[in-house]
Design a protein around this ligand. Structure first.
Ligand code: HEM
Length: 541
C-alpha cells in the first residue's frame, strides 16, 4: 500500500516537473524567437539604405508568455512608468515605434511625428469596433445595442450620425456659447447658494471644485431633472469613472465588483431619468438650446439618433453615461491641475499675480466674465495648454481595417495602433525640460509689435491632447471655455488662501501627484489635494 502511494506521488512529481520544464522551455523559446526577431527588425529601422527606407513593421518587444505578451508590464498602475521605460528603449535602439502583444492583440505604439499625423489622416484605421467593446464592457450595453450605437457599416454612417450631431450641436460656436452660458449660470448659482462661502471656510480645493463642477456640467448637459431625481448620482458615477479603464480591459467582475455595481446602478438611474423625460415631450415646433428634462440640444439630438438606430432604453442609458463622462472626466481634473498650479506657493512667484491681472481685464461691467476675452489671454491660455501637455495620458486607439503604411510604419490589417501622448508630450526633442510645468511655454512675441500672445500652431504630431482626425474630441472648444471660465469665476470672486497640502500627494514639496491607474486615462486624476481658505469677496458674485 505504502509502495503504491509512493509510486503515485512519484508519478505526480514527475508529471509536475515535466510540466514546469515544458512551460519553461516554451517561455524560453518564445523569448529567444521574439528577441531575435526584435533585433533584426530594430536594425532594419536604423538602416539608411534606400531599400530599407520602405515602410516596415515596428519591432515587436520580446516577451516570454505566448498570448499574454507584454500585458502585465503595460498594466503598471504607476502612470508614466511604462512610457518612461519605452522611451528609454526608443533611445537605446533608435526607434520611433514599437509593437507589443497586449491581451493577445498585436498593438503598434507609434510615436513619430509623421506616424501620428498619418494616423489622424488615414482612412484605413477606425475606432468603431473598439467603441463596441467599450459599449459592452464599460457601459453595460448588450452586444446588439453596442453595434447599433457604434455602427461600423459606412452606409449607416451616411444617415444621421453622432459625428454629424457633434459638429452641429457641440462644436459650432452657437452650440458652444449656449452650453458655456448654461454651465456658467449654474456654476455661479451653486457658489451663490453656498452660505458658508460668505463667512469663509477651509476646504480641500479639488474636492470642493469637483462637487460644484459636477453639478454645473451635468445640469448644463443633461438638464436639471437628473440630479433632482437622483441627488446622489455622483457617488456611483465617481466609482465607475475611477474604474473605467479596468472595465474596458475586461477585468473580471470577481476583481472589480464595486465597479460593475456602480456601472449598473448609474445606468439604472439614467434609464429612470430617460423614461421620465420621454413622458414629457416638447411641444411641436419647440427646439430650445436647453430644457430641464434633457438639457442641452446636443443631448436631445443624440436621443433622436438613438431612436433612428433602435437602441433599447438600457442601451440609451449606457450611451448617455459616456456622454456625461465626456463632459466631466477630462475638463474637471484639467481645471483642478490649473488651479493647483496657480495657487501653489511652489509656482513661480509672480505667476498668480500675472494671472489675476489678466483675469481682471476680462471682467465685464456687470461683474460677469467675458468668455471670448478669456480665451485670448496669453498667460492663462499658455498655462491651460501646459496643463494638457503635462497631465494628459491619452492613447489614441485605432483598429487597422486594411494594411497601411503610417509615416514609415507598416501595420497589418487586424492589428491595432496606439499613439501615446506621454511619449511626445514629454519628449525633450520636442519640449525643453519636459518634466517641468512651465506656464509660459506656449507664449509668443510678435517680432514687429512686441505683442505677447500664445500659440500651439505647428505642433501637429507632437501635441494632441484632444486626439485628432475624424474622431477628434468634439467638446474641445467648450472644454477650454469651461476650464477657463471656472478658474475666472473662482479667482475673481473669492479670496483663496493656501493653507497646506493634504492626502497622499506624491509631487514635489507635497504638491498633489498623479493618481494611480491604467495608461490611457486622458487627463490624469489628482492624488492628494490642497487645503485652502476660501471666502467670498465683498465685490464678488
Ligand atoms: C480638457 C478636456 C478634454 C480633453 C483633454 C478631451 C479629450 C478627448 C479625446 C482625446 C477624445 C478621443 C479623441 C480620439 O480618439 O482621437 C475625446 C472624445 C470625446 N470627447 Fe473630449 N476631451 C475633453 C473635454 C470634453 C468635453 C467638455 C466634452 C463634452 C462637452 C467632450 C466630449 C467628447 C466626446 C463626445 C467624445 C467622443 C467623440 C466620438 O466618439 O467621436 N470632451 N475627448
Amino acid at each position: 500500500m505504502a509502495t503504491n502511494s509512493y509510486t503515485l506521488l512519484s508519478a505526480l512529481g514527475t508529471l509536475l516537473l515535466g510540466l514546469v520544464i515544458t512551460v519553461a522551455l516554451v517561455c524560453g523559446y518564445t523569448y529567444l524567437v521574439t528577441l531575435t526577431s526584435f533585433h533584426i527588425n530594430a536594425r532594419k529601422h536604423t538602416d539608411t539604405s534606400a531599400k530599407a527606407q520602405l515602410a516596415h513593421s515596428p519591432p515587436l518587444v520580446p516577451y516570454f508568455v505566448p498570448g499574454l505578451g507584454s500585458t502585465i508590464t503595460f498594466s503598471n498602475q504607476n502612470i508614466g512608468t511604462y512610457w518612461t521605460w519605452l522611451q528609454s528603449q526608443a533611445s537605446r535602439y533608435r526607434q520611433d515605434a514599437f509593437a507589443i502583444i497586449l491581451a493577445g492583440k498585436h498593438t503598434n505604439f507609434i510615436f513619430s511625428e509623421a506616424g501620428i499625423a498619418a494616423i489622424f489622416k488615414s482612412r484605413q484605421v477606425s475606432r468603431e469596433k473598439l467603441d463596441q467593446q467599450l459599449g459592452v464592457n464599460v457601459l453595460g450595453m448588450s452586444k446588439e445595442d453596442s453595434v447599433k450605437a457604434f455602427p461600423y457599416d459606412v452606409a449607416e454612417k451616411e444617415k444621421s450620425s453622432v459625428a454629424k450631431i457633434y459638429s452641429e450641436h457641440l462644436l459650432s460656436s452657437s452650440a458652444v456659447n449656449a452650453l458655456t452660458g448654461k454651465f456658467m449660470e449654474t456654476f455661479r448659482a451653486e457658489l451663490e447658494s453656498d452660505a458658508s462661502l460668505g463667512e469663509g471656510i477651509e476646504v480641500d480645493l479639488y474636492d470642493f471644485l469637483w462637487k460644484k463642477v459636477f453639478i454645473a456640467s451635468t445640469t448644463a448637459q443633461c438638464g436639471s431633472t437628473l440630479l433632482e431625481m437622483f441627488p446622489d448620482f455622483s457617488t456611483d458615477y465617481k466609482i465607475w469613472e475611477d474604474n473605467l479603464l479596468g472595465l474596458l480591459f475586461g477585468t473580471p467582475p470577481l476583481f472589480a465588483r464595486s465597479a460593475y455595481d456602480a456601472r449598473d446602478a448609474s445606468v439604472k438611474k439614467l434609464e429612470a431619468w430617460l423614461n421620465a423625460g420621454y413622458a414629457k415631450p416638447l411641444k411641436d415646433g419647440e427646439d430650445p438650446d436647453w430644457e430641464p428634462n434633457f438639457g442641452a440640444k446636443v443631448m436631445r439630438k443624440r436621443h433622436d439618433y438613438y431612436h433612428q438606430q433602435g437602441l433599447s432604453i438600457h442601451g440609451q442609458a449606457g450611451f448617455d453615461l459616456i456622454a456625461i463622462a465626456g463632459i466631466i472626466s477630462n475638463a474637471t481634473p484639467a481645471t483642478g491641475w490649473l488651479l493647483l498650479h496657480i495657487l501653489s506657493p511652489t509656482s513661480p512667484p509672480d505667476f498668480h499675480s500675472r494671472i489675476m491681472a489678466e483675469l481682471e481685464s476680462s471682467r465685464k461691467n456687470d461683474g460677469s466674465v467675458d468668455i471670448p476675452a478669456l480665451t485670448r489671454l496669453p498667460l492663462l491660455n499658455s498655462a491651460f495648454h501646459e496643463v494638457l501637455r503635462l497631465y494628459v495620458d491619452l492613447l489614441v486607439v485605432r483598429q487597422v481595417d486594411s494594411s497601411v503604411a503610417l509615416g514609415g510604419h507598416y501595420v497589418k490589417q487586424g492589428e491595432q495602433v496606439m499613439a501615446p501622448t506621454w511619449m511626445t508630450h514629454r519628449n525633450p526633442a520636442f519640449f525643453e525640460n519636459p518634466e517641468v510645468f512651465d506656464p509660459e511655454r506656449f507664449l509668443t512675441k510678435d517680432a514687429e509689435t512686441g505683442k505677447v500672445g500664445y500659440s500651439i500652431a505647428g505642433l501637429g504630431g507632437k501635441y494632441f491632447p484632444f486626439g485628432g482626425g475624424h474622431y477628434m474630441c468634439p467638446g474641445r472648444t467648450f472644454a477650454k471655455q469651461e476650464v477657463l471660465g471656472t478658474v475666472a469665476v473662482l479667482l475673481l470672486n473669492f479670496d483663496i488662501d493656501f493653507v497646506g497640502y493634504t492626502g497622499q500627494g506624491s509631487g514635489k514639496h507635497g504638491f498633489p501627484g498623479i493618481k494611480k491607474g491604467y495608461a490611457g486615462n486622458q487627463v490624469v486624476g489628482i492624488e492628494g489635494d490642497m487645503r485652502v481658505r476660501i471666502k467670498k469677496r465683498s465685490t464678488g458674485i
